[in-house]
Write a protein that binds this ligand. Structure first.
Ligand SMILES: O=P(O)(O)OC[C@@H](O)[C@@H](O)c1c[nH]c2ccccc12
Length: 261
Protein backbone atom coordinates (compact mmCIF):
# COMPACT_ATOMS: atom_id res chain seq x y z
CA UNK A 1 0.00 0.00 0.00
CA UNK A 2 1.37 3.43 -0.90
CA UNK A 3 0.77 6.46 1.35
CA UNK A 4 -2.16 7.72 -0.66
CA UNK A 5 -3.89 4.32 -0.37
CA UNK A 6 -3.34 4.39 3.39
CA UNK A 7 -4.74 7.92 3.70
CA UNK A 8 -7.82 7.02 1.64
CA UNK A 9 -8.49 3.79 3.55
CA UNK A 10 -8.27 5.71 6.84
CA UNK A 11 -10.43 8.54 5.50
CA UNK A 12 -13.21 6.20 4.39
CA UNK A 13 -13.42 4.66 7.87
CA UNK A 14 -13.39 8.10 9.46
CA UNK A 15 -16.25 9.35 7.27
CA UNK A 16 -18.38 6.26 7.88
CA UNK A 17 -18.06 6.95 11.61
CA UNK A 18 -18.60 10.70 11.23
CA UNK A 19 -21.80 10.17 9.25
CA UNK A 20 -23.16 8.15 12.16
CA UNK A 21 -22.52 11.07 14.51
CA UNK A 22 -23.40 14.10 12.40
CA UNK A 23 -26.50 14.38 10.25
CA UNK A 24 -26.41 16.23 6.94
CA UNK A 25 -29.62 17.96 8.08
CA UNK A 26 -27.62 19.51 10.91
CA UNK A 27 -24.84 20.67 8.59
CA UNK A 28 -27.31 22.41 6.32
CA UNK A 29 -28.42 24.57 9.25
CA UNK A 30 -24.84 25.81 9.89
CA UNK A 31 -23.90 29.48 9.39
CA UNK A 32 -21.81 28.59 6.33
CA UNK A 33 -24.99 27.92 4.43
CA UNK A 34 -26.04 31.55 4.81
CA UNK A 35 -23.04 33.06 3.07
CA UNK A 36 -22.20 33.42 -0.59
CA UNK A 37 -18.85 31.78 -1.30
CA UNK A 38 -15.97 33.85 -2.67
CA UNK A 39 -14.82 32.82 -6.13
CA UNK A 40 -11.30 31.36 -6.42
CA UNK A 41 -11.56 31.70 -10.19
CA UNK A 42 -12.07 35.44 -9.86
CA UNK A 43 -9.38 35.94 -7.27
CA UNK A 44 -6.79 34.14 -9.43
CA UNK A 45 -7.66 36.02 -12.60
CA UNK A 46 -8.41 39.53 -11.34
CA UNK A 47 -5.95 42.19 -12.49
CA UNK A 48 -2.98 42.40 -10.12
CA UNK A 49 -3.63 39.02 -8.47
CA UNK A 50 -0.50 37.60 -6.83
CA UNK A 51 -1.80 34.11 -7.68
CA UNK A 52 -0.39 32.81 -4.42
CA UNK A 53 -2.51 30.26 -2.54
CA UNK A 54 -0.82 30.08 0.84
CA UNK A 55 -1.35 26.95 2.90
CA UNK A 56 -1.71 26.31 6.61
CA UNK A 57 -0.14 22.88 7.20
CA UNK A 58 1.15 21.73 10.60
CA UNK A 59 2.58 18.42 9.48
CA UNK A 60 2.62 16.00 6.56
CA UNK A 61 3.41 12.31 6.05
CA UNK A 62 6.48 13.22 4.02
CA UNK A 63 7.94 15.90 6.31
CA UNK A 64 6.60 15.06 9.78
CA UNK A 65 6.02 18.13 11.99
CA UNK A 66 6.54 21.31 9.97
CA UNK A 67 5.25 23.80 12.54
CA UNK A 68 3.07 23.13 15.57
CA UNK A 69 3.81 26.40 17.34
CA UNK A 70 1.82 28.93 15.32
CA UNK A 71 -1.90 29.65 15.44
CA UNK A 72 -4.14 29.39 12.41
CA UNK A 73 -5.50 32.89 12.98
CA UNK A 74 -2.05 34.52 13.20
CA UNK A 75 -0.80 32.70 10.12
CA UNK A 76 -3.84 33.23 7.92
CA UNK A 77 -4.01 36.92 8.94
CA UNK A 78 -0.37 37.21 7.94
CA UNK A 79 -1.18 35.60 4.59
CA UNK A 80 -3.98 38.13 4.09
CA UNK A 81 -1.60 41.01 4.88
CA UNK A 82 0.79 39.56 2.29
CA UNK A 83 -2.02 39.90 -0.28
CA UNK A 84 -2.46 36.22 -1.14
CA UNK A 85 -5.07 35.26 -3.73
CA UNK A 86 -6.39 32.48 -1.48
CA UNK A 87 -5.73 30.45 1.64
CA UNK A 88 -5.53 26.66 1.73
CA UNK A 89 -6.19 24.96 5.06
CA UNK A 90 -5.52 21.27 5.65
CA UNK A 91 -8.38 19.73 7.62
CA UNK A 92 -7.17 16.12 7.70
CA UNK A 93 -6.29 15.27 11.29
CA UNK A 94 -4.60 11.89 11.30
CA UNK A 95 -1.92 12.59 8.68
CA UNK A 96 -1.75 16.40 8.52
CA UNK A 97 -2.68 17.53 12.06
CA UNK A 98 -5.46 19.83 10.86
CA UNK A 99 -9.16 20.06 11.80
CA UNK A 100 -12.31 21.68 10.46
CA UNK A 101 -12.01 24.11 13.39
CA UNK A 102 -8.99 25.61 11.60
CA UNK A 103 -11.23 26.63 8.70
CA UNK A 104 -13.91 27.93 11.06
CA UNK A 105 -11.36 30.08 12.91
CA UNK A 106 -9.71 31.38 9.74
CA UNK A 107 -13.11 32.20 8.26
CA UNK A 108 -14.13 34.18 11.34
CA UNK A 109 -11.41 36.75 10.55
CA UNK A 110 -11.62 36.73 6.76
CA UNK A 111 -14.52 37.84 4.59
CA UNK A 112 -12.64 38.72 1.45
CA UNK A 113 -10.25 35.98 0.37
CA UNK A 114 -11.28 32.47 -0.68
CA UNK A 115 -10.51 29.56 1.63
CA UNK A 116 -9.78 26.13 0.19
CA UNK A 117 -10.80 23.30 2.50
CA UNK A 118 -7.94 20.93 1.76
CA UNK A 119 -8.74 17.31 2.50
CA UNK A 120 -9.11 13.95 0.84
CA UNK A 121 -12.67 13.97 -0.37
CA UNK A 122 -14.17 10.51 -0.72
CA UNK A 123 -17.79 11.27 0.13
CA UNK A 124 -20.34 13.99 -0.70
CA UNK A 125 -20.79 14.50 3.04
CA UNK A 126 -17.40 16.23 3.19
CA UNK A 127 -18.49 18.71 0.50
CA UNK A 128 -21.61 19.66 2.44
CA UNK A 129 -19.38 19.94 5.52
CA UNK A 130 -16.97 22.23 3.63
CA UNK A 131 -19.86 24.55 2.84
CA UNK A 132 -21.10 24.36 6.46
CA UNK A 133 -17.74 25.44 7.91
CA UNK A 134 -17.53 28.44 5.59
CA UNK A 135 -15.07 27.21 2.97
CA UNK A 136 -15.26 28.58 -0.59
CA UNK A 137 -13.36 25.89 -2.46
CA UNK A 138 -12.84 22.14 -2.24
CA UNK A 139 -10.11 19.91 -3.60
CA UNK A 140 -10.90 16.83 -5.66
CA UNK A 141 -7.89 14.56 -6.13
CA UNK A 142 -8.15 12.62 -9.40
CA UNK A 143 -5.71 9.95 -8.18
CA UNK A 144 -8.21 8.67 -5.63
CA UNK A 145 -11.55 9.21 -7.40
CA UNK A 146 -13.24 7.59 -10.38
CA UNK A 147 -14.40 9.55 -13.39
CA UNK A 148 -17.99 9.27 -12.12
CA UNK A 149 -17.07 10.47 -8.63
CA UNK A 150 -15.15 13.44 -10.03
CA UNK A 151 -18.19 14.41 -12.06
CA UNK A 152 -20.74 13.91 -9.27
CA UNK A 153 -18.70 15.58 -6.54
CA UNK A 154 -17.84 18.43 -8.90
CA UNK A 155 -21.53 18.92 -9.59
CA UNK A 156 -22.46 18.80 -5.90
CA UNK A 157 -19.84 21.45 -5.08
CA UNK A 158 -21.03 23.62 -7.94
CA UNK A 159 -24.66 23.31 -6.78
CA UNK A 160 -23.54 24.55 -3.36
CA UNK A 161 -21.76 27.50 -5.00
CA UNK A 162 -18.27 26.19 -4.18
CA UNK A 163 -15.36 26.31 -6.59
CA UNK A 164 -13.42 23.10 -7.22
CA UNK A 165 -9.69 22.67 -7.57
CA UNK A 166 -9.16 19.42 -9.48
CA UNK A 167 -5.77 17.93 -8.69
CA UNK A 168 -3.83 15.80 -11.14
CA UNK A 169 -0.37 14.34 -11.42
CA UNK A 170 -0.51 12.44 -14.71
CA UNK A 171 -2.10 12.40 -18.14
CA UNK A 172 -4.29 9.43 -17.10
CA UNK A 173 -5.70 11.44 -14.21
CA UNK A 174 -6.27 14.45 -16.45
CA UNK A 175 -8.27 12.25 -18.84
CA UNK A 176 -10.75 11.44 -16.06
CA UNK A 177 -11.88 15.09 -15.83
CA UNK A 178 -14.23 17.04 -18.06
CA UNK A 179 -11.72 19.87 -18.36
CA UNK A 180 -13.84 22.63 -19.84
CA UNK A 181 -13.37 25.87 -17.82
CA UNK A 182 -12.13 24.05 -14.73
CA UNK A 183 -9.45 25.04 -12.22
CA UNK A 184 -6.77 22.38 -12.60
CA UNK A 185 -4.01 21.95 -10.05
CA UNK A 186 -0.97 20.05 -11.15
CA UNK A 187 0.64 18.56 -8.08
CA UNK A 188 4.41 18.64 -8.53
CA UNK A 189 4.53 16.07 -5.74
CA UNK A 190 3.53 12.50 -6.51
CA UNK A 191 1.30 11.57 -3.56
CA UNK A 192 2.26 7.92 -3.95
CA UNK A 193 6.04 8.38 -3.82
CA UNK A 194 6.45 12.00 -2.53
CA UNK A 195 8.83 12.72 -5.39
CA UNK A 196 8.71 16.39 -6.49
CA UNK A 197 9.28 17.24 -10.15
CA UNK A 198 8.51 20.62 -11.69
CA UNK A 199 9.57 19.58 -15.17
CA UNK A 200 6.97 16.81 -15.19
CA UNK A 201 4.30 19.37 -14.26
CA UNK A 202 5.33 21.75 -16.99
CA UNK A 203 5.06 18.95 -19.56
CA UNK A 204 1.59 18.09 -18.30
CA UNK A 205 0.53 21.74 -18.45
CA UNK A 206 0.71 21.67 -22.25
CA UNK A 207 -2.13 19.08 -22.25
CA UNK A 208 -4.55 21.41 -20.48
CA UNK A 209 -6.93 23.49 -22.63
CA UNK A 210 -6.75 27.27 -22.47
CA UNK A 211 -10.28 27.56 -21.01
CA UNK A 212 -8.83 26.19 -17.74
CA UNK A 213 -7.05 28.01 -14.95
CA UNK A 214 -3.78 26.25 -14.18
CA UNK A 215 -2.43 26.02 -10.66
CA UNK A 216 1.00 24.65 -9.78
CA UNK A 217 1.10 22.86 -6.42
CA UNK A 218 3.88 21.82 -4.04
CA UNK A 219 7.63 22.14 -3.74
CA UNK A 220 7.77 25.83 -4.65
CA UNK A 221 10.44 27.59 -2.60
CA UNK A 222 11.85 30.36 -4.78
CA UNK A 223 10.02 33.41 -6.20
CA UNK A 224 11.92 32.94 -9.47
CA UNK A 225 10.05 29.67 -10.00
CA UNK A 226 6.82 31.68 -10.16
CA UNK A 227 8.16 33.78 -13.03
CA UNK A 228 9.08 30.59 -14.90
CA UNK A 229 5.72 28.94 -14.26
CA UNK A 230 3.85 32.03 -15.46
CA UNK A 231 5.52 31.62 -18.83
CA UNK A 232 3.82 28.23 -19.09
CA UNK A 233 0.43 29.78 -18.37
CA UNK A 234 0.12 29.04 -14.66
CA UNK A 235 -2.01 31.58 -12.77
CA UNK A 236 -2.09 29.97 -9.34
CA UNK A 237 0.73 28.76 -7.06
CA UNK A 238 -0.01 26.66 -4.01
CA UNK A 239 2.70 26.99 -1.38
CA UNK A 240 2.78 25.44 2.09
CA UNK A 241 5.98 24.22 3.63
CA UNK A 242 8.17 27.06 2.39
CA UNK A 243 6.13 29.46 4.57
CA UNK A 244 5.08 27.09 7.36
CA UNK A 245 8.62 25.99 8.20
CA UNK A 246 9.46 29.52 9.35
CA UNK A 247 8.62 31.09 12.71
CA UNK A 248 6.37 33.66 11.07
CA UNK A 249 4.75 32.14 7.96
CA UNK A 250 2.79 35.33 7.18
CA UNK A 251 5.99 37.35 7.09
CA UNK A 252 7.76 34.71 4.97
CA UNK A 253 4.86 34.87 2.54
CA UNK A 254 5.02 38.66 2.40
CA UNK A 255 8.77 38.56 1.68
CA UNK A 256 8.23 35.92 -1.01
CA UNK A 257 5.48 37.89 -2.74
CA UNK A 258 7.54 41.09 -2.69
CA UNK A 259 10.24 39.25 -4.66
CA UNK A 260 8.00 38.03 -7.50
CA UNK A 261 8.90 39.79 -10.72
O1 LIG B 1 4.14 22.30 1.20
P1 LIG B 1 4.26 22.40 -0.27
O2 LIG B 1 5.31 21.53 -0.84
O3 LIG B 1 4.41 23.84 -0.72
O4 LIG B 1 2.86 21.88 -0.89
C1 LIG B 1 1.64 22.53 -0.66
C2 LIG B 1 0.46 21.72 -1.23
O5 LIG B 1 0.58 21.70 -2.62
C3 LIG B 1 0.45 20.29 -0.67
O6 LIG B 1 0.28 20.38 0.70
C4 LIG B 1 -0.63 19.41 -1.28
C5 LIG B 1 -0.98 19.38 -2.58
N1 LIG B 1 -1.98 18.50 -2.80
C6 LIG B 1 -2.30 17.93 -1.63
C7 LIG B 1 -3.28 16.99 -1.32
C8 LIG B 1 -3.41 16.61 -0.01
C9 LIG B 1 -2.59 17.11 0.99
C10 LIG B 1 -1.62 18.06 0.70
C11 LIG B 1 -1.46 18.48 -0.60
Amino acid sequence: MNVLDKIIAHKKKEITQLKREVLVEKLVKSPGFNRTPISLKKSLTVNGSTGIIAEFKRQSPSKGIINDKVSVVDVTQGYLDANVAAQSILTDTHFFGGTILDVIQARAVNDITPILRKDFIVDGFQIVEAKAIGADVILLIAACLTKEELKNYGKLAEDLGLDVLYEVHSKEELDKIDLDHKIIGINNRNLKTFEVDLEHSIELASQIPSSCIKVSESGISDPRIITGLKEYGFQGFLIGENFMKTEDPGYACQEFISQIR
